[in-house]
Design a binder for this molecule. Structure first.
Ligand code: AKG
Ligand code: FE2
Length: 639
């Protein structure tokens, strides 16, 4: 469909745009009115705030210098014949009507893969201008009802930056046509504009005459009526945009504000004041437009904003009245009942949760005295903030949305640990004193937690330090099993958190996401439908049923068990400042997963995790990084 005046081939836009979005993750992090990593519309509190129109803008979409016509909801999928994406879901109610009633503004982000605009756009994602929803109606797309909107640019006096080079100045708003052709439906009596030049249609989804052209189904390809495209609502100075088009977050934060440096708002992205690129908060102490890790692929904008990192005290992140637990646990009634040992590792209380052959989780609970000793958790919490550790956020290795970063700030010392993030590791000889003190504590905890169970642990040769700003968590994951030894020890500092552990869904249900029976299903204790699974497996092994009969009986019994989707949490622990957790057993990472949720309004937490990376998989140089010699002061004896 090529309405009058639209060039057939993409031509150059006259301007450079107002914001440069390289990837969707950075856009969503930096622009408050488009914080949606999935889908084309950002809804919040009942209103539409932004539309992203990229390659799949859907059938009968339209964009020009002042107007956009798009869909508000539903999912797209490639049709079975391939090619054009088709509508697969619709919404019963439309989300655009409150925005229209309240005359709120919305913004448009076209991606450079958009074919409808036919303009060469300067960036991968581009921000246009403020628009308002001028019309809303229903159509049928792929035989499903879909809500459509027509948005008009708010300020018609200025030529749009994305207008074609050399295009004429816009006609003054006062001289514009104000109404398209409008007709009343003889059946439902509502009024609708003539949207398509092929003829007027009733656009009320409840009407018997809905979406019919002279009583018959309209063709799929339709052409917008030129009057519908030309009409503009009268100018209305009352309609104001609620925020700046180019967010200026930095102007709202004072360097002197002691509450801001690790706050939720301070880990948002910013728009570079020099080159207008959306930049995420990748660095512990601020934003840099060019990431040294990108090796020049990003251009060379020199903008950086370094935030003074105000010291967060243990007091301000600790709810405990006298700063620290006194040998007590919060009892969550975990499904796995713990063993409690008050004497074996004095002054710690040791709580161990056993998960059969898979392994065990030991929680060492610190005391007020442990925390207050020299170079103890209170000192370490402060020292880790004072030293420049090089903490930063890394791209998430399995990100669905390009540019998504791991939530936490990380730095890796010793052998490279590449499981969660591809972190470039520093040798232990570059580790500052407080980091070596944490290594001393974790080496002690690793050895003690395993030897008290009659085992022998390999000492750690890798340390990952994670910094959690306010509101950051780590979702369910495992720490990987192929390159790591079986013991993983973590020291918690600062804000308290809840660590939970559950069986991976694949083993809990015995079924993958794509409904395939899990091969070599271990049928672990606490898994769903365990008795029946064991019985069927025994029958299969005896040869009393065939593999096919097994599968059929298995699926039937699974369905009957009415399973929950995910395994309930088997272990839940409150990790206080100074506590250590030791996970031991390969099966623990293979069959189970863990998550940590930090007290949500607390400014800061560090988690320091020591692991043993298997050396066979590493190069000579990498092995050298894991060698360390602790001084007597850095060596910990459990006090
Ligand atoms: O924050 C924590 O206590 C645990 C972190 C963790 O699970 C990890 O680093 O893999
Ligand atoms: Fe982990």
């Amino acid at each position: 469909m090529a309405p009058r005046g639209t060039p057939a081939k993409a031509t150059g836009a006259r301007g450079k745009g107002v914001i440069n979005g390289r990837d969707r993750g950075a856009i969503c992090d930096s622009i408050p009115w488009f914080a949606r990593t999935m889908g084309g519309v950002h809804y919040k509190n009942g209103l539409c705030w932004g539309f992203l129109v990229d390659e799949d803008s859907g059938i009968r979409s339209y964009i020009d210098d002042e107007l956009i016509i798009t869909r508000t909801g539903g999912g797209n999928e490639k049709s079975s014949e391939g090619g054009e994406k088709i509508l697969t879901q619709t919404k019963d109610h439309d989300e655009a009507s409150p925005s229209m009633a309240l005359q709120s503004t919305a913004n448009i982000i076209p991606g450079n893969k958009n074919q409808v605009l036919r303009r060469k756009l300067p960036h991968r994602y581009n921000v246009m201008a403020f628009f308002r929803i001028a019309d809303m109606w229903y159509e049928k797309i792929n035989n499903k009802k879909a809500c459509r909107v027509r948005l008009e640019k708010l300020d018609l006096s200025e030529k749009s930056w994305w207008a074609e080079k050399g295009s004429p100045k816009p006609v003054p708003h006062s001289q514009r046509l104000t109404k398209p052709d409008i007709k009343q439906c003889p059946t439902c009596l509502t009024h609708h504009p003539k949207v398509y030049s092929e003829g007027w249609m009733c656009l009320s989804d409840k009407c018997a005459g809905f979406w019919k052209l002279n009583g018959a189904q309209p063709p799929v390809e339709l052409t917008f009526d030129q009057k519908f495209l030309d009409a503009r609502l009268p100018a209305d100075p009352e309609i104001q945009s609620p925020s700046s088009l180019v967010p200026n977050l930095l102007s709202t934060m004072s360097d002197d504000d002691p509450h801001i440096s690790t706050s939720t708002i301070a880990r948002k992205g910013v728009v570079c004041p020099m080159c207008k690129k959306c930049i995420t908060r990748r660095f512990w102490n601020g934003w840099k437009c060019t990431d040294p890790l990108a090796n020049g692929r990003e251009g060379a904008c020199t903008f950086q904003k370094v935030m003074p990192m105000h010291l967060v005290s243990v007091r301000s992140v600790s709810d405990d009245f006298e700063l620290g637990p006194i040998k007590r646990a919060v009892w969550f009634d975990s499904i796995i009942k713990p063993e409690v040992d008050n004497t074996g590792l004095l002054p710690y209380r040791r709580i161990t949760y056993k998960l059969g052959d898979a392994g065990y989780v030991t929680h060492l609970m610190a005391t007020k005295d442990i925390n207050a000793r020299d170079n103890g958790p209170n000192d370490l919490f402060q020292q880790l903030q004072v030293h420049d550790l090089g903490l930063r956020r890394y791209p998430l290795s399995a990100a669905k949305v390009s540019g998504t970063l791991n939530a936490q700030f990380a730095v890796n010392f010793g052998m490279p640990y590449k499981y969660v993030v591809a972190v470039d590791s520093l040798g232990f000889n570059q580790a500052p004193d407080p980091v070596l003190h944490t290594l001393g504590r974790l080496t002690w905890a690793t050895e003690r937690a395993v030897s008290i169970q009659g085992g022998a642990a390999k000492p750690p040769n890798e340390l990952l330090l994670l910094g959690y700003f306010e509101g950051q968590n780590i979702g369910y994951h495992d720490d990987g099993e192929s390159t790591l030894g079986p013991t993983i020890a973590t020291l918690s500092l600062g804000a308290s958190s809840i660590m939970s552990l559950r069986m991976k869904t694949k083993y809990y249900l015995g079924l993958s996401k794509s409904n395939k029976l899990t091969a070599d299903d271990p049928i672990l204790p606490q898994c769903n439908n365990r008795e029946n699974r064991l019985e069927l497996k025994a029958m299969l092994e005896k040869g009393s049923i065939t593999a096919k009969e097994y599968e059929q009986a298995w699926l039937a019994s699974h369905k009957k068990s009415k399973p929950k989707r995910d395994c309930p949490d088997l272990i839940k622990m409150v990790l206080h400042h100074g506590d250590m957790v030791i996970m031991h057993g390969e099966g623990l990472q293979k069959f189970y997963e863990h998550e940590v949720k930090v007290d949500k309004d607390k400014a800061l937490r560090f988690a320091v995790t020591a692991r043993h990376v298997l050396e066979e998989k590493l190069t000579e140089e990498e092995r050298g990084k894991g060698v360390f010699n602790l001084t007597p002061a850095q060596t910990y004896g459990g006090q």
